[in-house]
Design a protein around this ligand. Structure first.
Ligand code: ATP
Ligand code: MG
Length: 265
């Protein structure tokens, strides 16, 4: 039984000329319990839009989202969300930021303290609880966001470019940390990334989206045991196949923008 099912989801945004631009075109996929599914796609193709629909933050024009085979409607709170932009409250400490995840639930203060302490230990932020966001590194900020999303034990964690804007070494380290935390918490994760190397290193399965309007153009089951060695022949083979698919999409986008330019001159 899939943990999450997305069925025939389409979405358009108004484009200002009383028309609409279609962003998602009939997207369907499943994510299984404890699976890490990565979604790759060209910039602006609709990845964040898709995650927001999964998390109930945005309503699709068509299609449905199911968790544990029951339909969920916009406004549901079954998904933990790590946003594309850093989203810690600067006036709250690490611990208070993590507590925020629980404040909107009915958890009593003793249980809140126990859960916050446990998740701080899981993500490895002990000793930094009372620091403010400007007193921790970018990598530690991402770990704090991960902890804030996981402290409510969500059914699914969605992460939108969770590890961008970090130097390569920190990014690689956090990819392993992310997998370690997933292992400890048994989370089901849907991860959006621009980074093919990251997807191949982390994911059990990878979906590749087309240019806008996004549809699923390729799927890879990454059959390599974890922990993976990112420079191994197997990893490089997946990487090269996926990069080829993305290159074709990019060429299509460039030639269609050239066509538009020449039509307008
Ligand atoms: N609220 C909105 N109103 C109108 N258009 C929007 C809105 N949000 C996003 N868009 C447009 O929809 C398209 C998809 O946006 P989205 O943020 O989902 O893409 P993305 O794949 O996450 O991009 P990136 O890789 O740059 O993060 C873009 O062309 C964007 O400009
Ligand atoms: Mg995005």
């Amino acid at each position: 039984m899939p943990k999450l099912s997305v069925r025939n989801v389409s979405k358009s945004y108004p484009n200002g000329d009383s028309g609409a631009t279609q962003v998602l075109d009939d997207i369907s996929f499943d994510v299984h319990e404890e699976e890490l599914l990565a979604i790759l796609g060209p910039s602006g193709c609709g990845k964040t839009t898709l995650l927001k629909i999964v998390a109930g933050l945005l309503e699709p024009d068509e299609g449905k989202v199911f968790i544990d085979e029951k339909e969920v409607l916009p406004g549901h709170n079954r998904v933990g969300y790590i946003f594309q932009q850093e989203s810690l409250f600067p006036w709250r400490t690490v611990k208070q930021n993590i507590e925020f995840g629980l404040e909107i639930t009915n958890v009593d203060s003793a249980e809140m303290a126990a859960r916050v302490e446990e998740i701080i230990e899981i993500v490895g932020m002990e000793g930094l609880e009372d620091h403010y966001p400007h007193e921790i590194s970018g990598g530690q900020a991402r770990k704090t966001e991960m902890a804030r999303s996981l402290v409510v034990s969500p059914d699914i964690l969605v992460a939108d470019e969770a590890l961008q804007n970090l130097d390569a070494q920190t990014r690689n380290y956090l990819q392993s940390e992310f997998l370690r935390v997933q292992d400890l918490t048994g989370s089901t994760i849907l991860l959006v990334s621009h980074n093919v190397d990251e997807a191949v290193f982390m994911a059990d399965r990878i979906l590749v989206l087309s240019n806008k309007p996004a549809s699923i153009i390729a799927e890879y089951k990454v059959d390599i045991p974890k922990p993976r060695i990112r420079t191994s022949q197997e990893c490089l083979e997946y990487r090269s196949a996926i990069l080829d698919v993305l290159r074709v999409e990019q060429e299509k986008a460039m030639s269609s923008s050239r066509l538009k330019q020449s039509a307008s001159t």
